[in-house]
Design a binder for this molecule. Structure first.
Ligand code: UDX
Length: 441
């Protein structure tokens, strides 16, 4: 199969690299010359474990190339994937489809023979039909079908998620398009990963519904955690006990500082807007968005409480600023709410993050970036764990505490236990949904 992948963002690049690894001939197209230069030099513009090796392997095999010429990539392709961004539109929360529609018009003008135009970007219900109309209007003679093929990969585990998916969802309106999609995914299909074929609208809705459901699950446990703190229950136990019920499941039930990232905030907001548009308010999702914002702000209060009510003039070491580990992505990270709030109240913030500096330097003004956790904690008045990078999971807590001016910790990912913190010499410790100790009454 010959595939053109339009857009080399997270989803586009990972999908393009993985499709080439299936043996397909893939041309990844991007408009950004700086990005193309990087890709052509073998540099991966994002941090994603394993992606650089897989990309190098398939470039060397001659199956994977990068180009700025959309027309050349599209001519003769069996499938053209649209994987451009669908950011939240400023002002109204809708998904901004400017890039999707611009890509559709360009593709229409470049198509030569029959091809399936596949939307991989997360798009509101009805967008694939609009893509089809746009292509027909731009080039009435062209022979094509559209397909919706939402992507469910998680950052940091993208290759594994792509290669070992729970399911592949394909929305189509013709047998011919279904056959092309089957051929593209044959390596996974043969290994018994289920391919679910459905109509366009259901495929589009599955992606939003799945992400909103997961965001709801996380927000639910975050709210329970808040109540656990008041009642003396331990959210880790509660989550474990709930998760053992097969109907609930134990995944995405870890309480934390609120969800972030490139998908959940954007997709919940878009779903809420779609609901309003159709006169069917997505009340649960709207509440989830609100509770998640409150959760992030509650984290700021936790740090203030830990510091005796004020952070003014205090040195706070923040461990982790990316929205989750194994990524350099800062989009909608809880740190973007929490760190500026600390800086705004006069704290001197030192930040350690294995990958966060690249994007974080511009997004978090007024902080000092430090390479080493022990260095950051030296003389500090508080340590705050914001992202559960592996590097932070096995610290010598005794050494951290001994070097601090005031050995207190806010563990906002529950990676340590209150008992371990106490034994290591921390005089106060707060976490999520568990008993704190050492706070002033
Ligand atoms: C998510 C979906 O998982 C994926 O299917 C979709 O394609 C894109 O959005 P991603 O944003 O990469 O993937 O990260 P994910 O691992 O899902 O985490 C999202 C956010 O939820 C992070 O901020 C994470 O810290 C938080 N989270 C996740 C929790 O707070 N608790 C959990 O139990 C799980």
């Amino acid at each position: 199969m010959k595939i053109a992948m339009i857009g080399t963002g997270y989803v586009g690049l990972v999908s393009g690299v993985c499709f080439s690894d299936f043996g397909h001939e893939v041309i990844c197209v991007d408009k950004d010359p700086a990005k193309l230069a990087k890709l052509n030099a073998g540099d991966v513009p994002i941090y994603e474990p394993g992606l650089d090796d897989l990309m190098a392997k398939n470039v060397a095999a001659g199956r994977l190339t990068f180009s700025g010429n959309l027309a050349e990539a599209v001519a003769g392709a069996d499938a053209v994937f649209i994987a451009v961004g669908t950011p939240t539109r400023r002002g109204d929360g809708h998904a901004d489809l400017t890039y999707v529609m611009a890509a559709a018009t360009e593709i229409a003008q470049a198509l030569t023979d029959y091809a399936v135009v596949v939307t991989k970007s997360t798009v509101p219900v009805g967008t694939n039909a609009r893509v089809a109309e746009t292509i027909r209007a731009a080039n009435p003679d062209v022979d094509f079908d559209v397909a919706s093929n939402p992507e469910f990969l998680r950052e940091g585990a993208a290759i594994d998620d792509f290669m070992r998916p729970d399911r592949i969802v394909v929305g189509v309106e013709s047998d011919r398009a279904a056959e092309v999609m089957q051929a593209i995914y044959r390596p996974l299909y043969l290994r018994d990963f289920p391919v679910m074929t459905t109509d366009l609208e259901s495929a589009e809705m599955i992606k939003y519904a799945a992400n909103a459901f997961l965001a709801t699950k996380i927000t639910f446990i975050n709210e329970i955690a808040n109540l656990c703190e008041r009642t003396g229950a331990d959210v880790k136990m509660v989550s474990k006990g709930m998760g053992m019920d097969g109907r609930i499941g134990n995944k995405f039930l870890h309480a934390g500082p609120g969800y972030g990232g490139s998908c959940f905030p954007k997709d919940t907001s878009a779903l809420a807007r779609i609901g309003q548009e159709y006169g069917v308010p997505m009340q649960l999702t709207e509440t989830v968005i609100k509770v998640n914002e409150e959760t992030k702000r509650r984290m700021v209060d936790k740090v203030f409480d830990l510091c005796g009510g004020s952070v003014n003039g205090k040195t706070v070491a923040v461990l982790g600023v990316t929205f989750k580990p194994n990524t350099d992505d800062m989009r909608d990270a809880p740190s973007l709410t929490i760190v500026p709030a600390l800086v705004g109240k006069g704290a001197k913030v030192r930040v350690v993050d294995p990958q966060g500096a690249r994007e974080g330097e511009a997004l978090l003004p007024g902080v000092t970036w430090v390479e080493d956790v022990y260095e950051a904690a030296k003389g500090a008045d508080a340590v705050v764990i914001l992202t559960e990078w592996n590097e932070f999971r096995a610290l010598d807590l005794g050494r951290v505490a001994a070097d601090m001016a005031t050995p207190v910790m806010a563990d906002l990912r529950n990676i340590y236990n209150p008992d371990d913190a106490r034994a290591a010499g921390f005089t106060a410790y707060v976490s999520i949904g568990r008993k704190d100790y050492g706070l002033a009454e």
